[in-house]
Design a protein around this ligand. Structure first.
Ligand SMILES: *Cc1c(COP(=O)(O)O)cnc(C)c1O
Length: 390
């Protein structure tokens, strides 16, 4: 029987430690590795260039691989239920590598569903890596696919509106084209997109996987065939994850299930209170659950970010502490305003990443930051059609 997620979270990537006489994973900071056998190194480099696989010996040079980072990759692949995972310096470096792999195969067209994280949207829209994007509703995916389509990209729950997609239905409409699901918000604790037919699972590891707001990283969980192509692109373009970041991400994974469940309980309670609050027009909280809450205020959203004291007004998410930000000003600022509004990112929307604090302390802070309650009375507003949780 396979081990449960909570068990994998604390043991995966560490299977060899007892044999090494260690308890905590070692950190290998080497940039290069000694070898007196240049002939053997030549053969290993040839093998890597041919198929993206380096044997179990030392990495030759740190851009080819790193054993500490490899532990994180092994663990994340186990949690996502994939054969492999390839880590990068950031979530954006990970997405760039996927686009470069497909572009190198002559498949430069991407079909994508909004909203996506603002910088992912920007990277596709600007075509910086030579890609061309067609934005569609989920129902339009199949019709938008062309002979040169190399990727379909979605996020669910999406950043920042928490809109949810039926990933199995989306995967079905992709046919043979690989589906990339950005699983940063749900994490493998709440959702494993490969089980719904996604071929590639992207994470900004900066968020929940790291979980403490002190490490930047990205990772793609996928089959070994795609992983080989990603490793070759990573070697050629250099967006590698630092080994210290790999260490911190592996450490973060150990508490991922506990953190996600505890933060989600806080988020569900705050979403419930916000949905009943006359100062709030609309609350978005996923059916799937999770630790993110988005809400539209009736007043000025800038006053809320200016008013919080315990909650940190900052972009990013997934840390042990609670963060709030205004997507139209920060995370989705790079998205054209018309596209932003069309994808449901209202100027009154606030996105909150709930942490592990006591929920009453969080509510007190939020309540004060939302400002005075003015007429109409709460009861009248509660019945209003817009005061809904969606
Ligand atoms: C933050 C984020 C990214 C980008 O990740 P970085 O680690 O900041 O490069 C991608 N997707 C989602 C959903 C994100 O929240």
């Amino acid at each position: 029987m396979p081990r449960a997620l909570a068990t994998e979270a604390v043991h995966a990537g560490r299977d060899d430690l007892a044999g090494l006489g260690l308890h905590a994973p070692p950190i290998d900071l080497s940039t290069t590795y000694p070898s007196h056998d240049s002939r053997a190194e030549a053969a290993r480099i040839d093998a890597f260039a041919a198929d993206g696989v380096l044997d179990d010996g030392p990495p030759v040079y740190a851009r080819l691989g790193n054993p500490t980072v490899a532990r994180f990759e092994t663990a994340l692949a186990r949690l996502e239920g994939t054969e492999s995972a390839v880590a990068f310096a950031s979530g954006m470096a990970a997405l760039s590598a996927v686009l470069l792999v497909r572009g190198a195969a002559g498949l430069r067209h991407v079909v994508a569903v909004r909203p996506l994280y603002g910088c992912s949207d920007h990277l596709l829209t600007a075509g910086l890596l030579g890609t061309e994007v067609t934005w569609v509703d989920p129902a339009g995916i199949a019709d938008a696919i062309r002979p040169d389509t190399g990727l379909v990209m979605v996020e669910s729950p999406a950043n920042p509106t928490l809109a949810e997609l039926d990933l199995a239905a989306v995967a079905h409409s992709c046919g043979e084209v690989p589906l990339l699901a950005d699983n940063t918000f749900a994490t493998p604790v709440l959702q494993r997109p490969v089980e719904s037919g996604a071929r590639l699972v992207l994470h900004s590891a900066t968020k929940y996987l790291g979980g403490h707001g002190d490490v930047l990283g990205g990772v793609v969980a996928c089959d070994e065939e795609f992983a080989r192509a990603l490793r070759q692109v990573r070697f050629a373009t250099g967006g590698v994850l630092h080994p210290l970041a790999g260490y911190l991400l592996l450490r973060g994974l150990a508490t991922l299930p506990v953190r996600v469940r505890a933060a989600s309980a806080n988020a569900a309670e705050l979403a419930r209170r916000l949905a009943q609050d006359p100062r709030v027009a609309r609350v978005h909280y996923p059916r799937l659950g999770g630790a993110m809450v988005a809400f539209e205020v009736r007043g000025d959203p800038h006053e809320v970010t200016a008013g919080v004291r315990l909650i940190t007004p900052a972009v990013s998410l997934g840390s042990v502490d609670t963060l709030i930000q205004h997507p139209a000003s920060i995370s989705h600022r790079v998205v054209d305003v018309t596209d932003r509004h069309a994808s449901g990112v209202s100027d009154r929307l606030l996105r909150m990443s709930c942490g592990l604090e006591d929920v009453e302390d969080l509510w007190r802070d939020l309540d004060r930051a939302l400002g005075p309650v003015s007429a109409p009375p709460a009861a009248a507003v509660r019945r209003g059609p817009r005061a809904t949780v969606s």
